[in-house]
Design a protein around this ligand. Structure first.
Ligand code: PLP
Length: 358
């Protein structure tokens, strides 16, 4: 099947076959990765390799820590303000979709967030011009969601915070294209869209920002604890980290993130062109310049046909095309691991469906 789910999402077949081949006996150890001590030399080699491959992929400099954590990106909505702010600190939020809005609401419990821009009145279909942003002069950081998974809105360039740091939720476009890590104070991402199974959350943080957590910060949310212990303070999500490591290896073998981005652009163009050339039969509400390469929401002019579209597509083995319940319509998530053949098949199906129902 071709699985267009938003996450957990499709993973590269090569990676799953490799994991299958060493499921019971990881490289002669006589054990599955699931059965290994997280403190043994075998697992240490797995987590160290995963980190070093991720550093190569994204060009992460030595003055940034890479943490493999748990709790999903949702936990980071609290962890970042707890680690970077005092309760009296201001932070700025540019909210371009539901995930950014959730992060903003959570931050209210730990510091003083300001909503300096929201796309809510336009149903989250755009990103503001950075020059127009009225940033708070003493904001500790500016938070963005680099790709809004539900609304399909993606930052193509990044704002420069006036006095502070940039913090970004990259859950749904992590490792989908090259990113200049040095523009950010902190980047975080749940693994379950582009780089692995659910249960692993990756945090990339500038080291000088670590060590100032609010006193009440739970141990599990304190970046210093995790950084001092190389993500092994408690039992980490070992198997998930192992799979992420296989995905990083695969992305490097493909030629790195420039090549990955080239493929992602090609797939996304095919799909957006099919939508735009349908003479209004299909419609994507997102402003063209900020359309996501990863999550493509679209509606049918005849909305009563949407359920039929999803049902017929499923019969053709194209699954999970129903849009998020909060926006309706359809959504095709086309992460790194979605093969070109999957997008080509969807486009052919869309043309055929239109011919039969126009
Ligand atoms: N941020 C974004 C952009 C997401 O797409 C999601 C989940 O889909 C989340 C945060 C929440 O992630 P988690 O379920 O890992 O907490």
């Amino acid at each position: 099947v071709f699985n267009f789910a938003a996450g957990p999402a499709t993973l590269p077949e090569r990676v799953l076959l490799k994991a299958q081949s060493e499921l019971y006996n990881w490289r002669g150890s006589g054990m599955s990765v699931m059965e290994m001590s997280h403190r043994g030399k075998d697992f240490l080699s797995i987590i160290n390799k995963a980190e070093s491959d991720l550093r190569s992929l994204l060009g992460i400099p030595d003055d940034y820590a890479v943490l493999f954590l748990q709790g999903g990106a949702t936990t980071q909505f609290a962890a970042i303000p707890l680690n970077l702010c005092t309760p009296d600190d201001s932070i700025d939020f540019v909210v371009t979709g539901s995930w950014g809005d959730k992060a903003f609401k959570e931050a209210k419990k730990f510091c003083k967030p300001n909503l300096i821009w929201s796309g809510k009145s336009d149903n989250y279909t755009n990103i503001p011009a950075f020059d127009d942003l009225d940033q708070t002069s003493n904001a500790r950081y500016l938070h963005i969601c680099a790709n809004e998974t539900i609304h399909g809105v993606e930052f193509k360039t990044f704002p420069t915070p006036r006095n502070g740091l940039l913090a970004a939720d990259m859950s749904s476009n992590f490792c989908s294209k090259p990113v200049n890590v040095t523009k950010f104070g902190v980047i975080y991402a749940g693994a379950q869209k582009n780089v692995g199974p659910s249960g692993v959350t990756i945090v990339i943080i500038r080291k000088d920002l670590i060590g100032n957590a609010q006193e009440k910060t739970p141990v599990m949310l304190d970046y210093k604890i995790h950084s001092d212990n190389n993500s092994l303070y408690n039992t980490p999500p070992c198997y998930g980290i192992y799979i992420c490591g296989l995905v990083f290896e695969d992305l490097l073998e493909q030629g790195g993130l420039e090549e990955v981005e080239r493929k992602n652009k090609h797939k996304a163009n095919l799909l957006y062109n099919a939508i735009d050339e349908s003479k209004g039969f299909y419609r994507c509400p997102v402003e063209k310049s900020v359309r996501s390469l990863m999550n493509v929401p679209f509606t049918l002019e005849k909305s009563e046909l949407e359920a039929e579209f999803v049902k017929e597509a499923a019969k053709e083995k194209m699954l999970q095309l129903k849009g998020h319940r909060s926006v309706g319509g359809m959504r095709a998530s086309i992460y790194n691991a979605m093969p070109l053949a999957g997008v080509e098949k969807l486009v052919a199906f869309m043309k055929d469906f239109q011919a039969r129902h126009a």
